[in-house]
Design a protein around this ligand. Structure first.
Ligand SMILES: *Cc1c(COP(=O)(O)O)cnc(C)c1O
Length: 498
């Protein structure tokens, strides 16, 4: 690491702030409370600004370059959503404020719930879960609560395809249920025969991603849903891939009972450090009473006797306007999150949906699928594409191998960084050898997709002509190839002064 740490900058006596002379008598802090061993850097304001500005440019980010990280939908985060989230009425709202004084926030929550409900074809939505994985956990708890409420106590199994994202079995295990893996067939679909064999009265439900993690639409989704419902189970949809379906397919109409949305994937809100995430859940009518809460509800004056009485007495108020309140569903599984979920993210997702409108939603899906198919056909000239006889959805998986070379998918990914691209997802899904999972998203131009495909073609040539160059990459990044085995064995979790 060549970059200096902030602890190594500056010199004694340098200051970034200047405080005015106090207008009260000085008093010393109690000696016992002062730490002498706290070696804080003394730096000027300019040093602080330069240090953090430089650091902010070291990591790759969507604002710096193409980020084709499959399964993660790293699309552009529109700045207008940032502006709205920073409006003082949203940014300074306090979760303990009374409902009357937080009507704007509750309105946004209610509209977002309604739009997600509409987009997914569901009967109800809760914005509580903080991420996709958290939505999965909420979904499984609801499915379990539903069966128990029916007096059905023998159901303990969740069926999960072998192509599933790692969070699916993790959420199942966390909720105390057993995971049963269902294989995929030769066309990349869930194997119907294996599914039929696993369906019985101990099944809580199926957890399925559609389009699946191979980027393929499940061709027998209707039969799959009927099979599960036929044995009394429920269908959980992992909605991380909703980007391909927006305005085209409504999972609720396919018969899904629950689905999580990843606002930080499909609805353009930032991931990670710029986040946090948000994983609302939509449910079919029979699960509405079990939704996590509280949920924003819109009440008309006739729903609130006190309010219509005030109106009758000629007091201020608008009879036509709903008033927004928070309410807990009747048999709710409870809270998933302190307070009301990540409300700043709700404002961003609200802005995003509002900005595109219903026609725009469909265009997002169409362009993301078009971009992925274009890129698949270009990358397919360089690397093998399993199931390449099928149209992909918003992403695709290639096999990162070059005939006659020892170069692996990991090497190809590392070398891509030298070309200024973020690597694709590696070694996932597990069922594809040397998997490179590529998702361009709808926000990239043809020029970017072409440049990326050309970089991959160049790397494939290098793999034959100068394999060492690829196997030791990256060469141009602040940190070059790491010893991953050593990193795992000898974790360094904190800075220690030299
Ligand atoms: C991202 C993802 C998840 C998990 O979502 P998080 O918001 O990261 O918790 C689950 N399934 C699939 C297919 C995903 O791509």
């Amino acid at each position: 690491m060549t970059e200096p740490l902030i602890y190594e900058l500056g010199a004694p006596g340098r200051r970034a702030i200047r405080l005015p002379e106090p207008d009260v008598p000085r008093a010393d802090l109690p000696e016992a409370m002062l730490r002498k061993d706290l070696n804080l850097p003394e730096v000027s304001e300019l040093e602080v600004v330069r240090h953090f500005t430089r650091l902010s440019t070291l990591n790759h980010s969507i604002d710096r370059g193409f980020y084709p990280l499959g399964s993660c939908t790293m699309k552009y985060n529109p700045r207008v959503a940032e502006d709205l989230a920073r409006l003082p009425g949203f940014a300074r709202a306090h979760p303990l404020q009374d409902e009357e004084s937080a009507q704007g926030v509750l309105f946004v929550m209610h509209m977002l719930q309604e739009w997600l409900r509409e987009i997914g074809g569901f009967a109800g939505v809760s914005l509580q879960p903080a991420a996709g994985a958290h939505g999965e956990f909420a979904g499984i708890l609801m499915m379990r609560a539903y069966h128990l409420d029916q007096g059905d106590t023998k159901r303990t199994k969740i069926l999960i395809p072998d192509s599933a994202h790692g969070t699916n079995p993790a959420s199942t295990t966390m909720s105390g249920l057993d995971t049963v893996e269902i294989p995929s067939d030769g066309r990349g679909n869930l194997d119907l025969q294996a599914l039929r064999a696993a369906c019985d009265d101990t099944v809580v439900g199926l957890m399925i991603t559609n389009p699946n993690t191979l980027g393929l639409f499940e061709e027998h989704i209707q039969e799959v849903v009927e099979l599960i419902h036929g044995c009394g189970g429920l269908v959980y949809g992992d909605g991380a891939n909703m980007n391909a379906l927006l305005g085209v397919v409504r999972p609720g109409e396919l018969g899904f009972d629950v689905l999580h949305y990843n606002l930080h994937k499909t609805f353009g809100t930032p991931h990670g450090g710029g986040g946090p995430g948000s994983g609302p859940v939509g449910v079919a009518a029979r699960l509405v009473p079990f939704l996590p809460g509280p949920i924003a509800v819109a009440l008309m004056p006739e729903d609130e006797p006190d309010r219509s009485k005030a109106e009758d007495n000629g007091e201020e108020g608008d009879l036509e306007m709903p008033i927004y309140r928070l309410a807990m569903p009747a048999k709710s599984i409870g809270r998933m999150k302190a307070f009301h979920g990540h409300s700043g993210i709700f404002v961003r997702a609200y802005t995003y949906i509002r900005m595109y409108g219903s026609q725009g939603m469909r265009k997002i899906a169409e362009h993301s699928v078009l971009n992925a198919n274009y890129l698949q056909s270009r990358v397919g000239r360089t690397f093998p594409i399993p199931h390449d006889n099928r149209t992909c959805m918003h992403e695709f998986v290639a096999e990162g191998t070059v005939e006659g070379s020892q170069v692996r998918a990991l090497d190809i990914s590392k070398r891509l960084m030298d070309f200024g691209f973020h690597p694709p997802t590696n070694y996932f899904p597990l069922i594809v050898h040397e998997a490179l999972m590529i998702e361009p998203t709808e926000t990239e131009s043809k020029a970017t997709l072409d440049a990326f495909a050309e970089a991959l073609a160049t790397i494939a040539r290098e793999a034959l002509e100068d394999p060492e160059l690829v196997q030791t990459a990256p060469h141009s990044t602040p940190v070059t190839r790491l010893d991953e085995v050593k990193a795992v064995r000898e974790l360094v979790l904190r800075y220690t002064a030299p």
